[in-house]
Write a protein that binds this ligand. Structure first.
Ligand code: SF4
Length: 216
């Protein structure tokens, strides 16, 4: 797994600049957005968040007691609206039951991760995004874009295990601002250049990529 993640970060940052993630300002909106964006584009999740906000449903207290059909009709733009409505209410109920987001701030990261993972619809990637963007915890968001990029950088036959990827990243980047930016940069790079069919000739990190280096 070479080069170090700090160098990769710098090269991606130089190429794409700051991505200004996460676009939502409110911490509960960040969490709701992390559920709504699953299996859809951000613009669709954003429309759903706007509709929830317009109907005064975008707080844990309001969502937890709202009529489920009203939530469903508000978030249709995000797709899978029935399961997402159920999951949003589960998240809202969890936060209300915990005494609010601020009470959860006191929990150590491993414990908070386990609590999040116990919620319907929250897997490792979503839990990491919530920990990083809503709770300012220094965690690596490991998604398909990062796995593919790391696999190609190291010319491995398959992506390394997630814990090896996380260890490689945090060996050099362990602060929240750069972990925040790195995730956004990797997504941008994965969409624009290191896509399923990589555009290596246009790649800002080709010099340090064993896959790209071997590509004419
Ligand atoms: S050189 Fe090609 S394979 Fe390597 S990171 Fe760039 S686009 Fe991906």
């Amino acid at each position: 797994l070479k080069p170090g993640s700090a160098r990769l970060y710098e090269m991606l940052y130089d190429a794409y600049g700051s991505q200004h993630w996460w676009p939502a300002a409110d911490r509960f909106e960040i969490m709701a957005g992390a559920l709504l964006v699953q299996r859809t584009a951000w613009r669709n999740a954003e429309s759903a968040l706007t509709a929830l906000r317009d109907r005064e449903l975008l707080s844990p207290e309001q969502l937890a007691v709202a009529d489920t059909r009203q939530i469903e009709s508000s978030i249709r733009s995000a797709g899978f609206f029935r399961s997402k409505a159920r999951r949003l209410q589960g998240l809202a109920g969890f936060i209300v039951g915990a005494g609010g987001i601020e009470r959860l701030d006191a929990k150590p990261t491993p414990e908070l991760r386990q609590l999040l993972l116990a919620l319907d619809g929250v897997g490792e990637e979503t839990a990491s995004a919530i920990l990083l963007y809503a709770f300012d915890r220094p965690v690596v968001v490991i998604d398909a874009y990062l796995r593919r990029l790391i696999q190609r950088l190291s010319a491995a036959g398959k992506p390394p295990p997630d814990d090896a990827i996380a260890a490689w990243v945090v060996a050099e980047i362990d602060d929240v601002p750069r972990l925040n930016e790195l995730h956004a940069l990797v997504v941008e790079h994965g969409k624009q250049v290191c896509a399923k069919l990589p555009r290596c000739r246009h790649c800002a990190v080709r010099d340090v990529c064993r896959w790209g280096y071997a590509t004419p």
